[in-house]
Design a protein around this ligand. Structure first.
Ligand code: ZN
Length: 184
């Protein structure tokens, strides 16, 4: 089932999400629905808060970019109770967008290497050091679990430049091709 994606201005996007336990209701179905919702919107990642749930769950599809990055062929993963423990390495620039802020793409500076802890869909614990494109996607998606959006990391000047577009989301002026839930 395709779920509505919550757009910029929805308070849930600023909530810090909470860990869940294996008995979380209908978890398997939720994960399936999150993948379906992300795929339908051509996204590479989707976090719980983006579908209105303040829980630490993220789905990622890097298979979608495996033409350019063959190392990610078949990469479709679920991250539960995900936490970034630390970041290191040089900061790099990369353009980011977000299913919750359609129509806006900006260069974001982020560290190139991160230490993460999470559980997979079977609640097996993982502790990893991640680099490259995956580290970028994880920082964007796990950021959602802390109530952060990629626009929080752009320069004040760029923020000023997109202010009109951001305010548009609050006034019902935006374009979105998938099922969503906006404030107006
Ligand atoms: Zn996002």
């Amino acid at each position: 089932m395709i779920l509505p994606i919550y757009l910029y201005g929805q308070p849930i996007l600023r909530k810090v999400a909470q860990d869940i336990t294996p008995d979380y209701p209908n978890l398997k179905e939720l994960i399936k629905n999150m993948f379906e919702t992300m795929d339908n919107a051509d996204g590479v990642g989707l976090a719980g808060t983006q579908i209105g749930l303040p829980i630490r769950i993220v789905v990622v599809n890097l298979d979608a970019i495996s033409d350019k990055h063959p190392e990610y062929k078949g990469f479709r993963k679920t991250y539960i109770n995900a936490h970034i423990i630390s970041t290191e390495g040089e900061e790099t620039d990369m353009e980011e967008g977000c299913l919750s802020i359609p129509g806006i793409h900006e260069i974001v500076k982020r560290p190139s290497k991160i230490h993460v802890q999470y559980m997979d869909e079977d609640f097996t614990e993982h502790d990893e050091v991640v680099e490259s494109y995956l580290a970028r996607v994880m920082q964007h998606e796990f950021g959602h679990l802390e109530g952060k959006l990629f626009i929080d990391y752009i320069s004040p000047l760029r923020k000023q430049m997109i202010r009109g577009k951001l305010n548009g989301f609050l006034k019902g002026k935006y374009q979105c091709s998938y099922k969503m839930k906006a404030v107006k």
